[in-house]
Design a protein around this ligand. Sequence first.
Ligand SMILES: Cc1ncc(COP(=O)(O)O)c(C=O)c1O
Length: 353
Amino acid sequence: MEIGSEFWLQNIPEEDFFKEVPDWLSKYGDTILTSSGRGAISLFLQQVTPQHKSVLLPAYICDSVILPFIEQGYTCYLYEVDEKLSPIIENIEMYENIGVFFHMGYYGFQTNFNLLKVLRYFQKQSTIIIEDVTHTLFSQFNRYEENDFYVGSIRKWFGVPSGGFLASSKRIVKRPVSINYDFSMLRTTALTNKGKYMKTNDDSLKSLFLSQFSNAEILLNEDLNPYCIDSSSIILINSLDVDELISRRRENFKVLLEGLESISYLTSPFKYLANNECPLFYPVMVKNNRNYVRKKLIDEKIYCPIHWPVPAQIKVTDLSSTLEVYNTILSIPCDQRYGKVEMDRIISILRSI
Ligand SMILES: Cc1ncc(COP(=O)(O)O)c(C=O)c1O
């Protein structure tokens, strides 16, 4: 069986209740579901008028986060992260006249734990503070009271056609007016075809669902406007077994933590898992030849994404420690689809390299 890559759907459960927002999202305040994370960022930008049209973002970031800011005419500044993926505070302190401060924890961990002083400073300056909780959605640590908004992409965690959100405990969030049917339909078809492929192993389906997933991403990049989430996705989000998701990911992560510890060409920014943390992936830094290691895993049908390639909008010459992160990091799947057997398979292949 292959490990990693896109999730799948075998059927959409029918429920007679129609709760819009589950508790694991409503805890962030007034919460509006959108079709994607970037749509939620665009929705945020439609609702705020910062004192300066500028944003300070972490330099370790996915390009889909930068795009909505650029499209809205914001000047984007970047702060670096260190090898543990924590913000470099001296770097943040160099900037003035920032309209929006954007921060996040990575991979399920509170890597942004060191921001309190900086956030208090920004709050005094009336800078709007937004935390992206995409990676820490199911971790249960306390968030900063200084945050004005929360944003996230839900669809990274399980099989769901669309899913992002914008929330605030300080303001009422306005909802988008329309649904992006093309995007939701295409993702539903892709997820269902992958579901059929997982059941039948019919190889002719593979190129079909891969191109459908990739076309859906193209649709997202071409249209950054905020859209409502579709109704099937609301049902799936509300019927998610969160406890199962958290416990499986934690178990898998612990197996990888122990099994990969002794491999000399790998290091991980995270050495243990606290009770309130739920991992997105198990990230490793591959010191030499990441492509070779990734390829060896692909040969065994284990698909490890790279979060992320350096976004086209960032000049590599402007990066120092963050460039090392971009160049070495590899994300090993540890999600709820898998158990100890699959984690052991990953470990034995990595040990054999
Ligand atoms: C941290 C983070 N926030 C937001 C997004 C955008 O989410 P979406 O792909 O749902 O638009 C991404 C996408 O990868 C992301 O990594």
